[in-house]
Ligand binder design. Structure first.
Ligand code: HEM
Length: 258
């Protein structure tokens, strides 16, 4: 900032726009426990927003071969997802009986309508691995979302390996030489690992709060919707090639089923 231009003064409240942030709490029921339910969702949406912000930078950094920076930011996303999971234990202090008392008044509101959650999945490239049903659902519910993200982290990841002419197996064997690619693969694996446990813990929450056979406020039954999401991986290759690693070292590995 040049010295001749007076710097606008602002305080903590103005900097963080707390007037806006803190007035967005709106309970739709008089139940005191709804406050926690809304707070946890708000907090997670704020983190999703930040993940989207950083993912944009990460994809650009991988494409520019700035792997050190990409890896640093990817590690942060892993940490944010670890923190996101910690919210489940807080939400577990909402009893199922309390939730049942106000859930009916949430009408059709459901986390499945979180555009940001879907945007994170799409930026990572889930539509490239999860199958046609997933793609159709995203296109129907969020028209334009896929087109908004023509370059995914998956695209950038595999392009980085291709530029270097290295396979996953080679990089893992040469992990201290090809360290930046190795780190990229480990960080990508960590994302899958974190999302996997987030999804599992979310399902445990569903079982705890409403029961596995109850219809969600979004209109779905577990077996028709959430059950399939446990099969979602952004980088299934990073799981699959570990069989190769084992076989390569002389371990017994079953043939791949089609
Ligand atoms: C009492 C706690 C919760 C219950 C009982 C619950 C229940 C459900 C159910 C039943 C679904 C399936 C769709 C439906 O029919 O509604 C769902 C989806 C979802 N919920 Fe929750 N949820 C809870 C908390 C949360 C929280 C705190 C978040 C954080 C943002 C969240 C995010 C999501 C997302 C993103 C989906 C879509 C998942 C996907 O498509 O893979 N949920 N939830």
């Amino acid at each position: 900032m040049p010295a001749d231009r007076p710097q606008e003064q602002f305080d903590y409240v103005q900097h963080l726009q707390l007037d806006k942030l803190l007035t967005s709490m709106r309970q739709v029921t008089p139940h005191p426990e709804e406050h926690l339910f809304v707070t946890v969702h708000h907090v997670l949406e704020l983190w999703f927003k930040h993940i989207i912000f950083d993912l944009e930078r990460i994809i650009q950094a991988v494409d520019a071969d700035q792997l050190a920076q990409a890896n640093w930011l990817l590690r942060r996303i892993g940490e944010i997802m670890r923190l996101a999971e910690a919210h489940w234990t807080v939400l577990e202090t909402l009893t199922a009986a309390d939730f049942a008392e106000f859930r009916g008044q949430l009408t059709g509101a459901s986390g499945m309508q979180s555009r940001q959650f879907r945007q994170v999945e799409v930026m990572l490239g889930l539509h490239q691995t999860a199958g046609a049903e997933y793609v159709a659902r995203v296109e129907k519910l969020w028209p334009g979302l896929l087109a908004e993200h023509p370059r995914t982290l998956r695209d950038a990841f595999f392009a980085a390996f291709a530029r270097r002419g290295r396979s996953l197996l080679q990089v893992y064997h040469q992990r201290w030489v090809e360290h930046d690619l190795f780190q990229l693969a480990e960080n990508a694996f960590e994302l899958d690992r974190r999302f996997y446990s987030w999804r599992q813990n979310h399902i445990l929450m569903v079982r705890r709060q409403i029961g596995i056979r109850a219809r969600g406020t979004g209109g779905t039954f577990f077996q028709d919707y959430l059950a399939a999401t446990t099969q979602y991986y952004f980088f299934p290759e990073l799981f699959e090639f570990r069989n190769e690693l084992t076989a390569d070292a002389g371990g017994e590995v079953m043939p791949k089923t089609p």
